[in-house]
Design a protein around this ligand. Structure first.
Ligand SMILES: [Zn+2]
Length: 184
């Protein structure tokens, strides 16, 4: 969806335990987009905290985390699932977040050379003391929500992650609600 600067978007995990991939593009120039890498460098955190800015590949603020009613686990390390990932897992025709993103942007006439790394809301990938990564099931509860404010006019895409071969979602794949909130 298109989100004007100052407006907010709330992503709600209706049934709990569902990961969502959030992508944000500058509405005026989709070659500028939210970058998980630049955001990690900006905030020096594994998981985003309330009040923190998410920045683009040009280091400009695009979103702010303004509210979070979930346990606060929103992965910033793992790329979107894509057809190649499901091919590795033996199911090449499986739906994916990358394909969902490309389809959503195609409706706006936007094609991507690369799929940016998303904000993986409700996805819990902690670092172990040995510097390994653990893939844990989503800890979010039914009705948990996270709210982002747009810092520039942007195109926001949310994909309810269809990953059912690696246990990052709890139980079945379930829908996410996306509420556009007008400027305060
Ligand atoms: Zn996915």
């Amino acid at each position: 969806m298109r989100v004007g600067a100052g407006a907010s978007v709330r992503v709600v995990d209706l049934d709990g335990g569902q990961v969502g991939d959030v992508f944000a593009f500058n509405a005026a120039d989709p070659t500028e987009f939210h970058s998980a890498g630049y955001t990690r460098a900006r905030n020096s955190r594994l998981f985003p905290a309330i009040g923190e800015k998410f920045v683009t590949n040009r280091r400009r603020s695009i979103l702010t985390l303004v509210a979070d009613g979930s346990p606060g686990r929103h992965d910033m390390l793992i790329p979107a699932c894509d057809p190649a990932r499901y091919a590795e897992l033996g199911v090449p025709d499986h739906p994916s977040c990358a394909a969902n993103l490309r389809a959503a942007l195609a409706e706006r006439g936007i094609t991507l050379a690369e799929v940016p790394q998303p904000i993986n809301v409700f996805m819990d990938i902690p670092v172990t003391p040995e510097a390994g990564l653990e893939w844990l099931p989503s800890p979010s509860r039914p009705g948990d929500a996270i709210t982002f404010r747009a810092e520039m006019d942007c195109v926001l895409v949310v994909s309810a992650c269809p990953q059912d071969l690696v246990a990052i979602n709890t139980g079945e794949i379930t829908p996410l609600a996306i509420d556009l909130l007008p400027e305060d």
